[in-house]
Design a binder for this molecule. Sequence first.
Ligand code: SAM
Length: 351
Amino acid sequence: MTGPDYEVEVIAGLEEPAERELRARLRGVEVVGRPREGRIAIRFRGAIRRLNDLRSVVAVYTVRRFAVPRPRALLGHENFQSVVALARSVIDAWPRGAFRSFRLSAAGADSPTFTRLKALLADSLHLASTEGPGDLLLIVRRPPDGSPGWEVLARTSPRPLAARPWRVCDMPGALNASVAHVMVELANPSPDERFLNVACGSGTLLIERLAIGPVRVAVGVDRSEEVLRCARENVEASGHSAEIALVHADATRLPFTSASFDTIVADLPFGILVGGRAENERLYPAILAEAARVATSDASFVAITASRRLFESTLEGLADRWRCARVLSLKIPYRSGYVRPAIYLLRRPER
Ligand SMILES: C[S@@+](CC[C@H](N)C(=O)[O-])C[C@H]1O[C@@H](n2cnc3c(N)ncnc32)[C@H](O)[C@@H]1O
């Protein structure tokens, strides 16, 4: 017998690190495939709540397929009870009161069939139907692999997993926490490391580093006092205030001695919301050179930027200080389209 089917949503480009985390964290998980970009299909027989510890994924959905020609058939007694059971399997995995509302997402969600389905579900689940975000997200769709029938998906958490509870202060341009998790993992975290986040913004990378485990030193630097106030609020909510120092400084002139950090991470201004092209042309070489000064001779530098051409040409000019060991190309939803940044893992060149 196989376990229930789940679909894992990840930022497109992070499928491989997410699969690694799935295998490491969930004993007995079977990765079935990638139904489409940014989606991983798995079979897992353990408790649903175990899925909520995943840090490199955006959200997880439990999936049930119905051999019906149209959604109207979901209103039939047996099928409807099966949809309710799917929703209950999620609700029961959380403490009482975690779910107060639900949203049904489907093409034509305001059709008479879906309006009736929403009313019946509200009654059976004792949850309010909402058009807003909703605690329980239910999706009705055709199977993405083109096979016949319809699928119902239920998100296994009241909010996406990438929406971390510590984020009490949001700022435009804040990094998706699942991306931040993958970035700090790429640098092979160790409890002995001295960890520096230049241009730290609201503190995402610092908090995700501490969520993995202890660290010798963790410092975030940003040139904006306002942004640092936001970072302070998030760091406090994360419970890691005692371990993270936030410093108001310019990343191109860091107030640290040479060779004092083992890992450096940066979510560089993309030039979309933060910084402009001309400014970045001055900033990138200065930040990379200054990072090399404060980095030890075997340090790693993990950076993300959507200004890939500028970043790569800057690296060519600094080949004596950094070499590129790995690139992950991502596609992140942004407004009505996407941004396509890359994560770069840099190491020090052999001497
Ligand atoms: C893309 S945002 C970082 C967002 C952050 N990762 C987060 O999740 O909130 C870039 C940050 O770079 C900072 N910044 C830009 N130029 C800087 C400089 N010369 N020195 C220090 N910080 C700088 C900005 O204030 C901004 O907070």
